[in-house]
Design a protein around this ligand. Structure first.
Ligand SMILES: Nc1nc2c(ncn2[C@@H]2O[C@H](COP(=O)(O)O[C@H]3[C@@H](O)[C@H](n4cnc5c(=O)[nH]c(N)nc54)O[C@@H]3COP(=O)(O)O)[C@@H](O)[C@H]2O)c(=O)[nH]1
Length: 947
């Protein structure tokens, strides 16, 4: 290889060198082939050339002889024709000669001048070299002409070339055969064994150990092969030994390198440990002088290396601790080889004293002699602070008001504080070691606790309300703060639980929430909370496409009771009403108090509007029974308005507004009833609002006026009294009847002032009539419930009578039956007081209310007024006739007067007269009249049926 490289690098400067270079690259086989080829080819070529030359010479001689013969023949043959100058005789001879293809031309010249005698020329026969041969033609001794023949040697050349090719072919075949034979011999005898020898030699060179080769040949090659085989065996053995030694050596080297590396690594590690150790470490010699110090030690002392190394370590120990430290070094480290940790203070030149823990370890050399001391110092500042913190934490742990419990990862309680034992009732000994689940409230599903566990496990902390069970079994709600303590790997360690008993706060919160949501008096949902409930129910109904109903409930004349009997009674009544409303509802329905005497009912379970009317009827029925409050037996009727979802409104406000409008409608229709909302009610509600506003100004503007309807005695036809009936001279709407504004005035609390005006005006007018000299008559004034139950009613009337100068006996008060039964006891007292003043008292609309006969006896009234609804159909209607008859009889039996109102027909008159009714009032006699007209009627005298 090396040779090849060097050889190839030799520049081929000369052809010889190039050939040499080429030859060195030839294989042995190529060399053999080359030698054999050259060896065979050279004699072959020479032989061929010689043979060819000899042949050419032979053929040339033969060709010359033939030329001479032809020339001779022709010269002889033309002797006669030329002599005779007979072309005919000469021409055939020439033509015959021209048949020889080697003759290009024949020219026969005579001795005469001019044209040749015969000339035949075929130039196309010229292919090689031509020779011109001439011979004189003798006739006798005389030369008579000359024959010239031009010969072409092309044929001769062709024959020579063919001969050459034959020789070349022969030599070629000989060469190939010879080569093949030689190569065969070469291969079997030389090249193959040589190749084997070469492989053996290569194997030796490559230190390989091929299988042993057996040489049987007895020639030089066999000898060489055997020698090589021996050498191979020897080499193999030697290499084996060498390899073993090498391996052992390598192993040795590897081990040594490893040991050195381990040593270096260990040294580096310990050096690194020394350098990076957070503890201050220094080496001091046996005199106590610092030999080496790590960065932590320098940092601890706050000095550079130069200020420490070489100095006695004792200089850096606080003076108070120096002898103790010395003692530890001398008597512990030097004697025992080491000492346990002890505390001293270091003196730091620039930063004062530092508490440290100190340790010493004796250093020995290989012979065990002490050569120094390792001094290890650790800053105790943080540890001391931590200890203080721990101490503080322990104090906090024990003295905190919140119960603290620590739970180990296996869910067992590992420690609790004093507050824990106080709050949960367990002594620490009883609870530590127990599973935390003993504190669970058994009524709460385990799943809830598992969820809490999962929450703080995932988040690391959790806080919230958790129910806990005390040792006593009692359960309380606690605010628990759970914190997970994780180790540096993030694994959950202990769990710390802070438990604050919030049962009181919770109760207070619930109370507050309750107060915020529920009406304090009735404990019904208040306006705001009821709205929430209703809006929820509406949203739910919207989702499910179902119906809801809202019932607006307003108590009729509740204000009267409140004002007359006081707020305590009113409150009690409202509570009772609330309770009865609740009782009237089915589960799922709800009632709330909007304020005052206004309640609202939410019906969830509703199939149709009929259901709502059913509930409304039940409410009416439940409230119909008298309420007994503080010995007062009170009758309170409600008016209800019903609005349906979604027909009458799709939101709470609309539904309430429409139910309210419907409720007013119910009030307008006699109260104690219910009405479903209809679209026109809102218009009516607006109208009512407008009326209310105008009513407030009507008194100031003197827009009220009284009409008087005569009441005549049936026996004489004389007008014995009048009923004062209010009218409103509305600036735009003209004269308005009381039914259109009295209920509104009552509802809106305006009736007090209006009623007072009516009383005063009626008394004034009656007195005026008397002053005019008209026959004295009673004037009956209607009292609304609110007026009737006013505490100072008697006082007011006394004042008015006094003011107007009317004698009390000419004033009658009409109170409806439904009003007086609202509070029987109060009524009795009020009626007695009024009676004592000398007034007349009549029960209006008698028969329509719920008065009991026993009460009637106790009511000090003078007159019963049969309601127009009974009179209307007498005598035709048997029931009404019977009722009217019964009322007349009752009055007579009780010693009361009886008056029938709404008498319109003579038949009614006759029936009433026949039954013994005392007085009548009605259109038959006269409609209500202005004061002046009434005065005229009075002046006219008695009324008769005919007149
Ligand atoms: N608290 C007060 N209430 C009052 C006052 N003024 C009237 N009212 C009450 O208003 C109701 C309606 O009164 P009014 O429209 O005046 O009707 C009275 C008569 O006009 C009517 N009447 C009388 N006779 C007939 C008749 O033959 N047919 C018929 N259809 N109606 C008739 O009856 C009303 C009187 O009824 P009553 O009081 O029950 O006797 C009415 O309830 C009044 O009480 C007031 O100042 N304060």
């Amino acid at each position: 290889m090396d040779t090849a490289v060097s050889t190839s690098n030799v520049p081929a400067t000369s052809p010889w060198l190039r050939i040499k270079h080429w030859l060195t690259h030839l294989s042995l086989r190529q060399v053999f082939v080359l030698v054999v080829a050259v060896g065979l080819l050279a004699p072959g070529v020479i032989f061929t050339l010689l043979m060819l030359e000899w042949r050419r010479h032979e053929l040339t001689l033969q060709f010359r002889a033939e030329q001479e013969r032809v020339l001779e023949t022709l010269a002889l043959g033309l002797r006669q024709p030329l002599w005779d100058l007979s072309l005919n005789a000469g021409q055939p001879l020439v033509d015959t000669a021209m048949k020889d293809a080697r003759i290009v031309s024949v020219q026969v010249d005579g001795t005469f001048p001019g044209e040749p005698f015969i000339a035949v020329n075929l130039p196309e026969r010229r292919q090689g070299v031509v020779t011109h041969l001439s011979r004189p033609v003798h006739f006798g001794d005389q030369v008579i002409g000359k024959v010239t023949i031009t010969f072409d040697d092309g044929d001769l050349r062709r024959r020579l070339a063919a001969q050459g090719r034959e020789y070349v072919l022969l030599i070629g075949v000989m060469l190939v055969v010879s080569l093949l034979l030689i190569l065969l011999l070469l291969d079997s005898r030389f090249l193959v064994p040589l190749r084997r020898l070469s492989e053996q030699a290569r194997a030796l060179t490559n230190h390989e150990a091929p299988p042993g080769t057996v040489w049987t040949r007895e020639d030089e090659i066999g000898d060489l092969g055997r020698q090589l085989e021996w050498a191979r065996g020897e080499l193999h053995r030697l290499f084996g030994e060498l390899n073993d030694k090498n391996e052992a050596l390598e192993q040795d080297i590897v081990e040594r390198v490893q040991t050195e590396e381990a040593l270096r690594a260990s040294e580096a590690k310990y050096r690194e440990l020394f350098i990076s150790n957070l503890d201050g470490i220094c080496v001091v010699d046996m005199d106590g002088r610092v030999q080496d110090a790590n960065p932590a030690m320098l940092a601890l002392l706050g000095v550079p290396s130069a200020a420490l190394v070489g100095r006695p370590m004792g200089q850096f120990v606080a003076e108070d601790w120096r002898s103790y430290d010395d003692h530890m070094m001398q008597h512990r480290v030097l004697v025992d080889g080491h000492c346990n940790e002890y505390e001293i203070e270091l003196y730091r030149p620039s930063a004062g004293l530092l508490p440290v823990s100190a340790k010493g370890v004796l250093m020995r050399d290989v012979d065990g002699r002490a050569i120094g001391i390792w001094r290890i110092l650790r800053d105790l500042t943080e540890r001391k602070a931590a200890a203080q913190r721990m101490e503080l934490a322990a104090k906090v742990f024990d003295n905190t008001a919140e119960a603290i419990m620590v739970i180990a990862p296996d869910n067992r309680i590992t420690s609790v504080n004093r507050a824990f034992t106080d709050i949960l009732g367990y002594h620490a000994d009883e609870i530590v070691g127990q599973p935390s689940s003993v504190l669970r409230d058994p009524s709460v599903e385990t799943r809830v606790y598992e969820e809490i566990n999962a929450n703080y496990t995932n988040g690391g902390a959790w806080q919230g309300e958790v129910p806990f069970r005390r040792k006593s079994g009692g359960v309380f709600t606690a605010w628990a703060q759970i914190n997970v303590v994780r180790d540096v790997t993030g694994r959950i360690g202990d769990v710390v639980l802070l438990i604050r008993d919030i049962s009181d706060a919770k109760a207070a919160q619930e109370r507050i929430l309750h107060l915020a949501r529920f009406d304090a008096l009735t404990v019904l949902p208040n306006r705001a909370y009821f709205r929430e409930l209703a809006e929820e129910a509406i949203a739910e109904a919207h989702r499910h496409g179902v119906h809801r109903a809202l019932l607006f409930v307003d108590l009729d004349h509740f204000k009267t009771i409140n004002d007359s009997l006081g707020h305590d009674v009113g409150d009690q009544l409202l509570k009772e009403v609330a309770s009865r409303l609740n009782d009237a509802l089915r589960a799922g329905d709800a009632v709330g108090r909007l304020g005052g005497d206004e309640f609202v009912i939410l019906l969830r379970n509703l199939d149709s509007g009929e259901d709502a009317s059913y509930v409304a009827s039940r409410v009416l029925e439940r409230l119909a029974r008298p309420f007994v409050v503080d010995e007062h037996e009170l009758v309170v009727t409600p008016s209800l308005g019903i609005a349906l979802y979604p027909e009458d409104g799709e939101d709470y406000d609309t539904l309430v507004r429409n139910a309210d409008a419907a409720m007013y409608h119910a009030k307008e229709h006699g109260r104690n009833t219910f009405r479903f909302y209809t679209a026109d009610m809102n218009a009516r509600a607006r109208e009512i609002l407008a009326v209310e506003n105008q009513l407030r100004r009507a008194l100031e503007r003197d827009e009220f006026v009284l009409h008087y309807q005569p009441q005549v005695a049936m026996s004489s036809g004389a007008i014995v009294g009048v009923e004062a009936l209010i009218r409103w001279r509305h600036p735009e709407r003209g004269l308005i009847g009381p039914m259109q504004f009295i209920p509104i005035a009552e509802e809106r609390g305006l009736i007090g002032d209006i009623g007072e005006w009516v009383l005063r005006e009626a008394c004034r007018q009656n007195r005026a009539w008397q002053d005019e000299g008209l026959p004295p008559i009673e004037v009956a004034v209607n009292l609304s419930a609110m007026q009737f139950y006013r505490r100072d009613l008697a006082e007011d009337i006394t004042g008015i009578l006094k003011e107007t100068g009317l004698d009390a006996r000419w004033l009658a008060l009409e109170v409806t039956e439904s009003v007086i039964v609202q509070d029987v006891e109060s009524t009795i007292a009020t009626l007695a007081a009024l009676k004592a003043m000398g007034l007349k008292l009549a029960i209006d609309d008698f028969g329509t209310g719920y008065s009991s006969l026993s009460y009637l006896k106790r009511f000090k009234v003078d007159k019963l007024k049969v309601d127009r609804s009974f009179v209307m159909d007498i005598p035709g209607d048997a029931d009404d006739s019977a009722i009217t008859r019964a009322v007349v009889n009752l009055a007579r039996n009780l010693g009361l007067q009886v008056i029938a109102e709404g008498v319109e027909t003579p038949e009614q008159w006759s029936f009433l007269k026949q039954e013994g009714c005392d007085e009548v009032q009605g259109y038959l006699v006269s409609p209500p009249l202005p004061a002046i007209d009434l005065a005229n009627r009075l002046a006219r005298g008695a009324w008769t049926l005919q007149g």
